[in-house]
Design a protein around this ligand. Structure first.
Ligand code: SF4
Ligand code: SF4
Length: 480
């Protein structure tokens, strides 16, 4: 904060105490959209773990499950193994490009409508409003001395907040185990400690972030407001106060009188309804600010005022910088949703989406990896032959036992031995159970006198004896 007196030098504080924001309730189009999205997103989050999905007999029947014990991720008909974590990476890239596109089209629309911080804060605010009343009553309650009634209201509010926070943490852990079973185990105190610890941490964070910190999370903790400026341009929609129409502002009476005299008067009646409705506590009439999450509640508040005054709504509305400039020049507004950056993001989304779908469609159900022994890297045997040791991991992603023939290629005259695997001719075979990874010890022998390099590329190959499905893994054969 600056001190501008002439006699003392300017001083600044690096800390600004939080000013508590008590937003008023509003009705309108954007508020209705926010309620609808809140109900849908929370219903999905809380209920999805209970949705069942029919799979094979030995597999879990939960539609969405992160099975840490077996190392599987189930999403309806898709089952991913740890080796396929790149699908999750692909999904994250897809989510990032979608966020970029949303931003290019309509600014921080994600923040205002779908971000978990916004959704849970809205829910906590609704509880607060239900118990303590709207803005005016809450401000009075804040200022009132502590009485039994105030204590009762505050206790009830915090109790319900804690219950919601607890359910939020509880729902989260249900994604990691069979939900009905885990609910029963949690209730009978037989669930793993990690489940209780996770619920505890999430209860605390939800209660703190949505109940107490609210807009401060968006303002100070989230990096998105700093990044998103680079992703918008003059054609991106943003909540905008139509200065050309609203100014000069003044009371309804004064502005009506000025208008009657043919003097300049704007439509803004300086009622502050847009300011009191704002969950970020800002005045959008000062222009677009970093704190604005583009929730549109100020637009709803202003639309109510305009309707009461018999004036057209839209004094605060989603608008673009380009159109604001066009209005100043007396030109009609234009809509430019299709432009290079939106096309680019759209193409990237389609490209990544198609790549993921293709990878999913061509996904194999057989896998192989090879890991050379670190020490010794080779052994020269008494007969002059050279031996290298490897660990092979054979993946059978099918729900049936399969028998694979194992080959080693790239080394002339080489012989392969697998510990505990029967041989058939020159090539050993191995049986791998359904939906299983089998780890094998493999020994490769180069005959005495063979002319081989110090490091020769070799390929291990497995072939399903029934279906012919194959997989391969590359490594090296080391020699003196
Ligand atoms: S200024 Fe309007 S759109 Fe921005 S956060 Fe406040 S109420 Fe939401
Ligand atoms: S709600 Fe509308 S009329 Fe009231 S102060 Fe805000 S912009 Fe002006």
């Amino acid at each position: 904060m600056a001190d501008s007196t002439a006699s003392t030098p300017a001083t600044y504080t690096l800390y600004e105490a939080r000013k508590k924001i008590q937003p008023s309730s509003v009705r309108g189009t954007f508020r209705s959209i926010k309620w609808a999205l809140l109900v849908v997103t929370l219903a999905v989050y809380y209920l999805l773990p209970f949705l069942r999905w029919t799979r094979r007999p030995h597999e879990p029947s939960q539609a969405v499950l992160i099975d840490l014990e077996r190392g599987r991720f189930y999403f309806f008909f898709i089952e991913l193994w740890p080796q396929e974590v790149y699908y999750i990476t692909g999904l994250l890239i897809l989510a990032a490009f979608t966020l970029f596109l949303m931003n290019a089209v309509a600014g921080r629309i994600w923040c205002g409508y779908l971000c978990p911080q916004t959704v849970w804060t809205d829910l906590f605010l609704a509880v607060e409003r239900m118990i303590e009343g709207d803005r005016r009553e809450r401000l009075k309650l804040d200022a009132a001395p502590w009485t039994a009634a105030k204590l009762g209201k505050r206790s009830l509010k915090h109790f319900i907040w804690l219950m919601i926070a607890w359910w939020t943490g509880g729902a989260w852990v249900l994604y990691f185990a069979d939900a009905p079973t885990l609910v029963r185990d949690l209730a009978t105190l037989q669930a793993p400690f990690l489940a209780y610890a996770s619920i505890g941490v999430l209860t605390f964070t939800t209660y703190t972030l949505a109940g107490h910190m609210r807009e401060q999370v968006c303002k100070y903790m989230c990096p998105w407001p700093r990044i998103q400026g680079a992703l918008t341009d003059e054609h991106s929609l943003a909540i905008t106060y139509r200065r050309d129409r609203g100014e000069p502002r003044g009371s309804a009476k004064k502005n009506a009188a000025l208008k009657a005299q043919g003097l300049p008067a704007g439509d803004c009646v300086d009622c502050f309804q847009c300011v009191t409705a704002c969950p970020a506590g800002i005045d959008i009439r000062d222009g677009l600010q970093m704190e604005c999450i583009q929730c549109g509640l100020c637009a709803d508040a202003c639309a109510t005022v305009m309707t009461k005054l018999g004036l057209p709504t839209g004094l605060i509305a989603y608008d673009t910088d380009a159109n604001a400039a066009r209005r100043r020049r007396g030109e009609p507004p234009v809509s430019k949703v299709v432009r290079p950056r939106t096309v680019l993001y759209g193409l990237l989304i389609v490209g990544v989406g198609l790549a993921m779908l293709t990878a999913l469609a061509l996904r194999t159900f057989t896998g192989l990896s090879a890991l050379h022994d670190r020490n010794p890297i080779y052994v020269t045997l008494a007969d002059g032959s050279i031996r290298n040791g490897y660990t092979l991991r054979v993946l059978n992603k099918r729900p049936i036992e399969r028998v694979f023939t194992v080959f080693v290629e790239g080394l002339p005259g080489a012989r392969l031995e697998l510990a505990t695997a029967p041989g058939e001719g020159d090539h050993p075979t191995v049986a791998v159970g359904p939906d299983t990874t089998l780890e094998l010890r493999a020994l490769v022998f180069a005959p005495a006198g063979a002319k081989i390099e110090k490091s020769t590329p070799v390929t291990f190959r497995i072939v399903d004896r029934a279906s012919g499905e194959a997989a391969r893994a590359e490594d090296y054969f080391k020699a003196p």
